[in-house]
Design a protein around this ligand. Structure first.
Ligand SMILES: Cc1ncc(C[n+]2csc(CCOP(=O)(O)OP(=O)(O)O)c2C)c(N)n1
Ligand code: SF4
Ligand SMILES: [Mg+2]
Length: 348
């Protein structure tokens, strides 16, 4: 739109005509500097830049500081704060009722890897279309900083308590079980996290992103392996991640020897540049081996570890109709009386 000198320019809009304000949420009540706040900011940017309609998003969470964070982005979206560790089953139900929604689950390392581990593993093996984010700080922030199951062996609490149990690597677990887009990022790595979130929005299947998100109040001291300093010092990006959405026709030249180009379901492109020699993100065994090596060497490997755009989703496996079950009329969801009578007769 043309502006006359002195007039206020029209606010910038995305490709569906919305301003970034439409993607904002309530004011955060989390501690200043909490990694979770930075993740909320990146979710707002990613949804805005991808032109997702806010009313199509279902924000799902469990219990924890991380699980509170959906209140701080996208106020115009649907939202459900479930019981501790139970977000996977509630999301599965919501998606089966309305498959046109974009499910965005936000969980914590406690909510996922401690109380919620049973639900998490079953979700990962179903390839339900959803984005599952773990805001991983290695502690139960909301209940004052006890170690969670992702805390590293030897990590020290502020009180001097040393963690003597090995961590669960949620990325390795998700890959092994069947999630089809798995990666790790860091709340402080704006560029990488934004590109990964945009690719996650384009993926049709289970996306599992473990995002290191330091807890400034209970786990950001010397001796913690989930502090800002430790993560910055040990982060080892596997590649540079860039994402080209299908509605942007950008033809950037890339060196095929150094870049893997993954075509997403909607025609968008995920580009992984400067890969380690022969790293193949579609090879499950390779990804698992590389994660084990990173663990052994004490490096925090980040990037997209595994992508599979071919596996059937849970909706396909269940032969779901295209229309959302939630809006089908009763005449189509309820078998007529004669069908029931026939079944009963067959049992006599
Ligand atoms: C059934 C049940 N058990 C225990 C609790 C107590 N509780 C609340 S939040 C939480 C852990 C949260 O940790 P995490 O998921 O890592 O989130 P963070 O606060 O670190 O972001 C626990 C144990 C609870 N609310 N409900
Ligand atoms: S206690 Fe920790 S996890 Fe919770 S809001 Fe504060 S910094 Fe974030
Ligand atoms: Mg936590």
């Amino acid at each position: 739109m043309a502006t006359t000198p002195g007039s206020t320019p029209a606010p910038k809009t995305n490709h569906i005509g919305l301003t970034v304000i439409e993607y904002k949420g309530g004011k955060t009540t989390l501690c200043a500097g909490c990694g979770h706040n930075a993740i909320s900011e990146r979710i707002i940017d990613a949804m805005y830049e991808m032109g997702v309609e806010p009313h199509r998003v279902a924000k799902m969470s469990g219990i924890g500081c991380s699980s509170k964070s959906p209140a701080y982005f996208m106020s115009k979206s649907h939202s459900f704060n479930s019981v501790h560790g139970r977000m996977p089953s509630v999301t599965t139900g919501a998606m089966l009722a309305n498959r046109t929604l974009l499910a965005l689950g936000v969980s914590g390392d406690g909510d996922t890897a401690s109380i919620g581990i049973g639900q998490f593993v079953h979700l990962m093996r179903r390839n339900l279309p959803m984005i599952y984010i773990i805001e991983d700080n290695g502690v139960y922030g909301l209940t004052k900083g006890q170690f969670s199951a992702t805390a590293d062996l030897g990590s020290v609490l502020k009180t001097g308590v040393i963690n003597d149990l090995p961590p669960i690597d949620t990325c390795a677990l998700a890959i092994q079980l069947g999630a089809t887009f798995v990666g790790r990022s860091f709340s402080g790595d704006k560029k990488q996290l934004l590109a990964m979130l945009k690719a996650a929005i384009a993926h049709n299947g289970t996306v599992m992103l473990d995002i290191i998100s330091p807890c400034v109040t209970f786990n950001d001291h010397e001796g913690s392996t989930k502090s800002y300093k430790f993560t910055k010092d040990h982060e080892e990006p596997l590649h540079d991640v860039t994402f080209v959405p299908h509605f942007e026709d950008i033809n950037v030249e890339y060196d095929a020897g150094e870049t893997i180009n993954v075509k997403m379901h909607d025609g968008s492109k995920l580009r992984l540049h400067k890969l380690e020699e022969d790293y193949n993100p579609t090879d499950k065994l390779h990804a698992l081996g590389r994660l084990a090596k990173a663990h052994q060497e004490g490096e925090i490997l980040t990037g997209v570890f595994y992508v599979n755009t071919q596996a059937p989703t849970f909706m396909e496996l269940l032969n779901m109709v295209d229309e959302p079950l939630a809006t089908l009329p009763e005449s189509r969801v309820r078998p007529p009386k004669e069908v029931l009578e026939k079944c009963m007769a067959a049992l006599r």
